[in-house]
Design a binder for this molecule. Sequence first.
Ligand SMILES: Nc1nc2c(c(=O)[nH]1)N[C@H]1C(S)=C(S)[C@@H](COP(=O)(O)OP(=O)(O)OC[C@H]3O[C@@H](n4cnc5c(=O)[nH]c(N)nc54)[C@H](O)[C@@H]3O)O[C@H]1N2
Ligand SMILES: Nc1nc2c(c(=O)[nH]1)N[C@H]1C(S)=C(S)[C@@H](COP(=O)(O)OP(=O)(O)OC[C@H]3O[C@@H](n4cnc5c(=O)[nH]c(N)nc54)[C@H](O)[C@@H]3O)O[C@H]1N2
Ligand code: SF4
Ligand SMILES: [Mo]
Length: 907
Amino acid sequence: MQTEVKSTCCYCGVGCGVLVATEGGRIVGVRGDPQHPANFGRLCTKGASLHLTADTTCRLLHPEQRTERHGLRQRLSWDAALDQAAGRFASIIREHGPDSVAFYISGQLMTEDYYVFNKLAKGLIGTNNVDTNSRLCMSSAVAGYKQTLGADAPPCSYEDIDQASLIFISGANPALAHPIVFRRIEDARAANPNLRIIVADPRRSETAEIADLHLPLKPGTDVALFNGMLQVMIAENLIDADYIAVHTRGFAELQAIVGEYTPERVAAICGLRAADIVTAARWFAGSKAALSLYCQGLNQSAHGTQNNAGIIHLHLATGQIGKPGAGPFSLTGQPNAMGGREVGGLANQLSAHRDLGNPEHRAEVAKLWGIPDVPSEPGKSAVDLFKSLKTGEIKAVWIACTNPAQSLPNQAAVRAALEAADYVVLQEAYGNTDTAAYADLLLPATTWGEKYGTVTNSERRISRVQSAVAAPGEARHDWQIVVDFARRLGHKLGNSATDKLFPYADAEAIFNEHRASTLGRDLDIGGLSYALLEQAGPQQWPYPQGAATGRTRLYEDGVFASADGKAAFLPIEHQPTADANTVDLPISLLSGRMRDQWHGMSRTGTVPRLFNQEDEPLLGMHPCDMRHRTLVSGDLARLSNARGDSVLRVVERAGMQKGQAWLPMHWGSQFLNSPGANAVACDAVDPSSMQPELKHAAVQIARLELPYPLAVIRRCDNQAEALELMQEARPLLDRYPYANVSLYGRQAPLVVFRAALEQPLDAAALAELDQLFGMAGDAGAIVYSDRSRNIAKKAISRDGRLLAVRLAGEVLAQTWLKQAMAEDKLDPAMIRFALAPCSAPPVTIAPRNIVCKCADVSDLQIKAGIAAGDDLPALQQNLKCGTFCGSCVPDIKRMLAECKTHETVPV
Ligand SMILES: Nc1nc2c(c(=O)[nH]1)N[C@H]1C(S)=C(S)[C@@H](COP(=O)(O)OP(=O)(O)OC[C@H]3O[C@@H](n4cnc5c(=O)[nH]c(N)nc54)[C@H](O)[C@@H]3O)O[C@H]1N2
Ligand SMILES: Nc1nc2c(c(=O)[nH]1)N[C@H]1C(S)=C(S)[C@@H](COP(=O)(O)OP(=O)(O)OC[C@H]3O[C@@H](n4cnc5c(=O)[nH]c(N)nc54)[C@H](O)[C@@H]3O)O[C@H]1N2
Ligand code: SF4
Ligand SMILES: [Mo]
């Protein structure tokens, strides 16, 4: 019998509620929670395929150790593992002091996990060296809010989207990165045709398609744009002088600066039309309610704090804050980056939005924890933390729930730092991430579906996450691992307060302590409890004791979280990006997200159908830049700068500007023979937020001639078999100048291996490939070989269906073969064409377009349903199409309407 458990989606900061269906202790399905206020039942592709990530093939299931770097991993018991870790940490701390160890954690942990990590470092060991991947993500938003509004609190709610009359989306691509927020924007547009949408993004992104005005500004010129808009607002008297006078300070200084930012000058800096800057300013200031949505296009910059301040200024100057439909709303990236910020899990913060630099705040936290003091010196933030590992200033690092050997910029430096470290502990759910290769000790953690606790989404809403199934293998909850380690370490260090510091029997006790730390603070959650969250559902903070509900909107009274209650304007000026383009590095590389993948793909990369949109990393370019390099779509090129390089296939991407290229951030060394975008990404940081400028790298892109292509496609019986094969193929990647491996699939899961070489592949290498992909021997094989042209192809069939194809020297048929094999539809009559040099199937295989990406339903299936008399509800019922995110419902309706028209047209 199936049961459903309430939880949340573990991907983006929208924080959708999910209902996890389980049967016999296994996860068998997932659907959107109709009652959750973040999504009201909707899910995007990633959320809708969460249950498909429950496969445990790639999971880390037992503690493991390595006795030499990159050596074989050996299993050990939890006791042995944690004693070893405590012993190593204790001896390093005794010899070199508390600041010689560090913790690098993650906005994907539960709030409770985060809380105990922070307490372990700051309360037990006495170091502030605890930083997180939120440093790569939200730290500029944190610094921006704090420096202007006085506290790190997004003042808005999702319902403001419904009430806005202007939405200004800047440096964010919610169509792909926050899809359920985007659905809400689409709904708002449908309900209010007068809603205006402006999108500021160097690319014509998927989100820009909905814009009334797209501002394709040059990368890193947002401050100039915001100052320019403010200049127009001042010049045309569109500002709210009363609001500025009563509720803010610093306007005069900023006004003196922005006077120089005339539309003409800004147009030149940003590469925009002056008239568009004026229009944007008029629309913003003239609207009844202006809402800004922004994310990494602003944050991941060497002046990210100023970018954030720049957009907040527009709201303060026009009084567009603290009222329905208005305000600066920073979209959070990770599912619980907000929770991490709440417990102060950054190297310069303390619990409950307290500041490390403030002696009173330090004393409050010390009192709460019952210890004499907490250390006052800020710890190392992410980029610096890894630099200090290289210099030896930090000797041991504990990494949890993040994959720095993939996601940090300048991978050559990061990997050298991990090599240099004395001791690396990795607390991970999956055993095969890029960082796992550098770990001395690997500790298996539970993950989505298994773990429990609380998380906070972009709109300050706290949800309970419930376990749906038991932990696989010996995996433990993150908080349990930390508490167990902390107790052992404390005793080894002779700290008599250890047991009192870590008394927790369960995560609820940790939540309750965190709650106590928030009393009287801006994020006071004194009125919340696990029981209340379970009974009344997710709640927004603040939610003090005695409150009946949380607060939807902050600063409605115009009183800000600063000492004088006023918000501040900062005197900000445009500055160039950290990486300058030169004759040798003429292209700006932008990197970011695809709809169906999550970061380093440890989880989404286990689901074949999530590769169907794109199954290799494609470097998007502008046609002029391609022509200049004699490149056409599908060619190979080397992307490089002084930090590193990567060989990739280039494609012409619609919406790119000349001089810019685009690469998804997702592909790392598990799928590609280089670290991908972060081989070249820039590690210069914002001086205030310490967030690196991941979004812009100056690069060269040059054509690369590798005349001998290779493609192997192997159909597998199930997902586990495909995952095992993909992992076995992984080591081969490093042998080729261009190589990647991925999954693909619909009815049948496939492994797809692609490479290209300077020389033809020799017989031994071919034989090795055939062995690996189960194609050795002649049974069921057809072979084509043309030595003069160095072509060697082989196909194997089993039970009348194509099982595997290896194409060497010429790979024209790979795309249609892959699709036909994924459909599991290639009948025996067609198998003989598998080795033909044709880029389209020689016999008609009806082309199929996927209409519903979430349920993977094609136009053919929908047409068949319509032909059988199905209407929309019947199609939804039978095929599940249009029942997840809903974005394909208009397409299905169009297909129904078209069918009707055909029926009524007289022949
Ligand atoms: N599918 C998917 N969704 C995700 C994630 C994922 O991995 N996959 N990750 C989550 C996380 S952690 C995060 S942080 C968010 C990120 O969410 P977003 O920030 O919305 O996504 P990105 O693709 O990183 O970048 C957004 C846009 O910034 C633009 N941009 C680049 N440089 C500039 C610039 O100088 N100025 C401006 N104005 N724009 C610029 C890019 O062209 C891009 O379209 O996504 C979250 N959601
Ligand atoms: N070039 C470039 N680089 C970027 C970005 C970019 O836009 N461009 N974006 C940056 C941003 S915004 C972010 S947020 C980072 C993200 O970078 P990472 O944090 O490195 O990304 P993930 O792949 O999500 O890593 C999370 C890891 O935690 C593991 N895990 C999952 N669940 C659990 C759990 O419950 N417990 C434990 N212990 N482990 C678990 C997963 O298997 C995964 O390996 O990347 C940054 N890097
Ligand atoms: S928008 Fe998609 S990825 Fe983000 S929380 Fe909702 S279902 Fe998950
Ligand atoms: Mo992020």
